[in-house]
Design a binder for this molecule. Structure first.
Ligand code: IDP
Ligand code: MG
Length: 201
């Protein structure tokens, strides 16, 4: 009986709280939140913008060929981030030129394009507190010769032309890249069972 009453109170307060969180979320970029709101349990802590930051991570063709996809995913899972989108694709020259819009005039761009379109990439969206900044640290310096041991590039590569992985470099960059690579319906909002053990925001 008592459980039944508590359940009713929670159901009631859920309606009110959902209204509040919706108001908070409306100020946050849609691409970082994804379009699909979880139908149930959306009042959880993961609704808060600060733990719902998202970034784009891609395992480049050299990483896929070298069977590093699993190890790279493992690092992000181990850190506590949440996977909200994942797919494998062969990148077109058009998509790549939009992705690397600032690099198109660089002398190395033709070779970069050849490399990035030479085989499949595995592209992902990871979510969590300060995930953009943290994943840049996890990925390491652009030039693997300068990347610290313990970073993906520092552990799996030695030359800038084959540096295994991409990570968005800013919040704005992440938002732009997520929209470029993923349709809204390909990103999922879901509540991870361990989230109260990884963050208390
Ligand atoms: P980032 O991947 O660490 O964000 P960016 O400067 O955005 O580094 O460069 C994008 C990608 O272009 C690099 O990851 C690397 O694959 C490639 N790249 C950057 N600089 C060079 C270079 O000097 N030679 C060859 N490839 C380069
Ligand atoms: Mg970059």
């Amino acid at each position: 009986m008592l459980r039944c009453i508590i359940k009713k109170i929670l159901q009631h307060s859920y309606v009110g709280e959902q209204g509040t969180s919706k108001g908070l979320l409306s100020a946050f970029p849609t691409a970082l939140l994804g379009e699909h709101r979880a139908a149930v349990g959306h009042r959880s802590k993961s609704s808060l913008p600060e733990v719902r930051e998202r970034t784009l991570i891609a395992v480049k063709p050299d990483g896929v060929h070298r069977r590093l996809v699993g190890q790279i995913i493992q690092r992000f899972e181990q850190r506590g981030f949440k996977l909200v989108g994942l797919k494998m694709l062969q990148v077109s020259e058009d998509l790549l030129s939009q992705h690397y819009i600032e690099l198109r005039t660089k002398p190395f761009y033709p070779r970069l394009q050849q490399y990035m379109t030479s085989g499949p990439v595995v592209v992902m969206v990871w979510e969590g507190h300060k995930v953009v900044q943290t994943s840049r640290v996890m990925v390491g310096h652009t030039n693997p010769a300068e990347a610290s041991a313990g970073t993906v590039r520092g552990d799996f590569s030695f030359h800038v032309s084959r540096n295994v992985v991409h990570a968005s470099d800013s919040l704005e960059g992440a938002q732009r890249e997520i929209q470029l690579w993923f349709k809204g319906r390909e990103l999922l909002n879901w509540d991870c069972c361990d989230q109260s053990n990884t963050c208390d925001v």
